[in-house]
Design a protein around this ligand. Structure first.
Ligand code: TEU
Ligand code: CA
Length: 492
């Protein structure tokens, strides 16, 4: 009899950025077989579910967040057979599997976009946003949000890179097609999803300028597309078409949704999602008079309180997360260098002893600091490369650019995970990794921390174990009756 799933509202989700997690076939790139080999470690730690950053075929203009085929596995990561082995090995251990669905945009190489750009009369033309004249919006990744398409003589909208054209969600055919993708993976036995860039799906009708009538360059357009009224209806429509229910574990990337609006998204009985990943801890970094890093503890606790208070009366709980693949590491942002281990433990206790859905990001359990780059040619994230080029064009020195990258680049938390300090490449791969392993990370490897009782890793394990034993009594009053818990995967 396989172990039962934990109640989803308080389970522990571990985020995997597969390219840097573990390399199973010795090509220097993390993959699904490498991940499958590590499941016992993750179970030992107390993980109940994995969220995998996108694993689908992609030209990697944004490392997987530009999908060219939603129904397959990127050859770098393995095959559908490897996927099914991972799924079965997870379920055998009572763990769940969540995929990251990129539903705001596709790759420029996705067949839908190829069809859409083929001609102005294409049946898929209205699956994306095409205009004879661009508006004044700036993309989230910088530069104009519109790119000229020579062949058909119009511009298309992309809130991220030009290689990531935005789908037009006002078109029900788009919502239906995306729902069929979600359904495909549910039929494959996944237990839920993390929905990427969920809050920018809906653009203001007519795509108006941010500052009408005013000439000038591109402008930030957040107010025109972030968490717009009516977005929730579209998401609910999509979830219904996909057959996503409250029995699935679904996380929405929720930049721009306020705690007070969250119950409609995740509360009983109507909320279409399990939990929201808000951005409110992204900007609480501080420095003291000596320039030493720290955090605004008041903002930290106010955020926790406001989300809990808003959600608990509605039978829902906040998602508790500190790190992800878009952010620098917390011990580098919030603690002076000589106190990193203690700080990592303090952040873990202050966060994961709260009621809510625990979400960790790979390496966080080791207390990894930011990877440190000594030359900009070791950076791999296309967003970093773009910023380096932009800063260079502004005349910034190489040293200053490197310093800036070492402060803010997404690469800082995306480098290979150290597994064993005594093995080549710290056990990540038998080959040269796709991005260098930071030598300073090697002494923090999993194996050595597992053997050290006082390590950050063992502290995380103790905290997560505490959650597992206390979970039932921590549930707010009324929750145990209104929310179905201890569900089992349909594939068992
Ligand atoms: O991120 C969406 C998002 O809001 C990011 O633009 C964030 O502001 C930025 O990465 C901070 O540096 C999601 C994914 O998490 C991210 O990795 C993708 O690049 C992005 O969507 C596009 O799919
Ligand atoms: Ca590999």
């Amino acid at each position: 009899m396989p172990p039962r799933f934990r109640p989803w509202q308080e389970c522990v989700v571990y985020t995997v950025w597969p390219r840097s997690f573990a390399d199973g076939n010795g090509d220097g790139i993390g993959d699904l077989p490498g991940l499958t080999e590590r499941l016992d470690e993750l179970r030992w730690l107390g993980v109940d579910a994995l969220w995998l950053a996108p694993i689908h075929p992609s030209p990697n203009a944004d490392y997987g967040y530009d999908v060219s085929d939603y129904l397959d596995v990127h050859p770098d990561f393995g095959t559908m057979a490897d996927f099914r082995t991972l799924r079965d090995e997870l379920h055998r251990r009572g763990m769940r599997l969540l995929l990251d669905l990129v539903i705001n945009h596709t790759s420029v190489r996705h067949p839908w976009f190829l069809a859409s750009r083929a001609s102005r009369t294409s049946a898929k033309r209205d699956w994306y946003h095409w205009r004879a004249r661009p508006n004044d919006w700036e993309s989230i990744f910088g530069g104009p949000a519109w790119t000229w398409d020579e062949a058909t003589g119009e511009y298309y909208l992309h809130l991220f890179f030009p290689e990531q054209p935005d789908l037009d969600w006002s078109n029900p055919a788009v919502r239906q097609a995306l729902a069929e993708i979600a359904r495909f993976w549910l039929d494959e036995g996944v237990d839920g999803f993390r929905f990427d860039a969920l809050t920018v799906l809906k653009k203001e009708e007519g795509l108006p300028d941010v500052t009408p009538g005013e000439p000038g360059g591109p402008r930030p357009a957040w107010s025109r597309f972030l968490a717009r009224p009516g977005l929730l209806d579209w998401v609910r429509d999509f979830a219904e078409r996909a057959g996503i229910t409250r029995d699935h574990l679904t996380l929405g990337e929720a930049n721009g949704i306020a705690a007070t609006d969250a119950p409609a998204w995740v509360g009983e009985p109507q909320g279409p999602l399990s939990a929201l990943l808000h951005f409110e801890l992204w900007h609480i970094d501080t420095t003291d008079a000596q320039g030493r890093p720290g955090l605004d503890t008041r903002a930290f606790s106010d955020t926790a309180r406001s989300w809990y208070r808003a959600l608990a009366p509605h039978g829902a709980l906040p998602a508790l997360y500190l790190e992800n693949h878009d952010l620098p590491r917390i011990v580098s942002r919030w603690a002076p260098p000589e106190r990193r281990a203690q700080a990592a433990k303090a952040f873990a206790a202050a966060t994961y002893l709260q009621r809510g859905l625990a979400v960790l990001y790979q390496g966080q359990e080791l207390g990894l600091p930011n990877a440190r780059f000594t030359r900009s040619s070791d950076l791999r994230d296309p967003l970093s490369l773009r910023r380096i080029a932009a800063l260079r064009a502004q005349g910034m020195s190489d040293a200053a650019i490197l310093a800036e990258m070492n402060r803010s680049a997404r690469d800082l938390s995306r480098t290979p995970i150290p597994w064993d300090a005594n093995r080549p490449q710290a056990g990540f791969s038998s080959a040269e990794p796709w991005q260098p392993m930071d030598p300073a990370h090697i002494p923090l490897a999993w194996r050595q921390q597992r053997e050290d009782e006082d390590s950050v890793l063992n502290f995380y394990r103790a905290i997560l174990a505490e959650r597992h034993t206390k979970r039932q009594e921590l549930l707010p009053a009324g929750l145990t009756t209104s929310v179905p818990i201890a569900r089992q995967s349909t594939t068992q």
